[in-house]
Design a protein around this ligand. Sequence first.
Ligand code: NAP
Length: 541
Amino acid sequence: MKDARTTELDAVVVGAGFAGLYAVHRLRGLGLRVRALERGSGIGGTWFWNRYPGARCDIESLEYSYQFSPELQHEWEWSERYATQGEILRYLEHVADRFDLRRDVQLDTLVTAARFDEPTHLWTLETDTGERFVARFCVMATGCLSSANLPEFPGREHFAGATYHTGHWPHEGVDFTGQRVAVIGTGSSAIQSIPLIAREAQHLTVFQRTASYSIPAHNGPIDPELLAEVRADYAGFRRRNAQMPFGANFPLGEKGALEADPEERGRVYEQRWQRGGLGFITAFSDLPLDREANETAAEFVREKIRQIVRDPETAENLAPKQVIGCKRLCVDTGYYETFNRPNVTLVDVSETPIQEITGSGVVVGGREYPVDTIVFATGFDAMTGSLSRIDIRGREGLPLSEKWSGGPRTYLGLATADFPNLFFVTGPGSPSVLSNMVPSIEQHVNWIADCIGWLRERDLAAIEATPAAEDAWVAHVNEVADLTLYPSCNSWYLGANVPGKPRVFMPYLGFPPYVAKCDEVAAKGYEGFALAPGAGMPPGS
Ligand code: NAP
């Protein structure tokens, strides 16, 4: 149905974070009429919403940034090794202005439904503003960690004080001065915010269900020598990083941990610890594969925790028991040290869960911890959450939620059978959260834009993953994951943090082979995809 509130486009993009902005840039470059629809009142996606104290990237800014424009890459000055949320948002705003992207971004617009129409091969999107957008191609740039997970703690609604979720932080900030604060959760968001909240609060009580492994960031101003070296050959720096397992500058140790003697192992771990950051996990080649090898790295970190945290009982509670790396590794500035402060208490809720939230506190094992403010650092309905909030329907009205009721199924994380012309950026089944997100986003958007360009050159109306290619890819993603220790713990990679979510390992392990596979599929004329002949190209093209 066409009316005054219907806009015809060639491509519609959902989201205006790193992925959506770049998708607008690339698709516009093909001459398409494109618009990004963004629920936020500003661009930036993750970096618009996650404004909690201490929020910053945990991949170094020199590579947690776009590479599509050498000029942008050379001009932009990152001030720190790991940029703050504010600096990353300023960067994205600069990118939006520099490439004139804002005129094709519509803010304050929540996409509620997306429906594929079989005869026309067009998608119709509906929004909470009552508008309709009709386009041949629909690109979901909705983010992997954008749908907040707020557990149903009994009595939550009765709490009289203020509550916050780290993923929806107020723009004006929060002043914790003089307050008794609870932080629930000890993942990356909590680990970044706890040291700063502890400095302001009168008392901070941290409720921990699973202890996390965290490696020091050793953040600081960017080393000028390193900067000069990278800038002398930025493209080479990017190319080399893309060959590493996570698509980030974490060189993989040449040997296995068990091939090294204890002295060498200790030396290597210490070097990685001193260097700081997520690259700790690639110190030896067998850490994700072999429990005994993994335990050597896990025990090294536990020993560090015991050295840092003065109270032995607290140190033991903070020492994680699971395989290191199977839940996302964290990067911190003074996290474990914070538990030496007299105004910080750790409450272990691994065996005795949070019983209820009352008007004035959090109850565990019959004991109430009185607090004025609660910070839920309880994470996200990862990878599929922001897609399942939209009523997406493919061929013959098939809801995506029904198709994915047993867990997400995609071909290359880019597309799913029965949903022609629908693309996911860093969707489930792609390296996404197990890679450096920004290069992964660029690789996906480039692939999608090249594919759309290819279809247009041939006057093809639609592209769709075949069920056989999808089945084979899902099986392959699982096979690779099953060779590793990743499925061994209750991580959000498996959907284990959201009650009732099917337990399926969602990211694909291995950035370089993944990119090679995507390139090969495209070179073979989009092998594994079915193509529909042109019924005339998109309206207006
Ligand atoms: P998260 O890693 O999922 O952590 C959520 C925390 O809440 C976990 O400790 C979890 O415990 C706890 N929790 C959830 N439900 C609970 C319940 N019912 N009772 C008690 N505890 C509960 O979420 P996040 O910290 O927001 O991080 C999510 C991801 O975002 C990260 O892994 C990372 O990929 C990304 N991130 C990145 C950065 C960065 O780049 N700097 C910063 C923040 C986040 P369990 O572990 O037992 O489930």
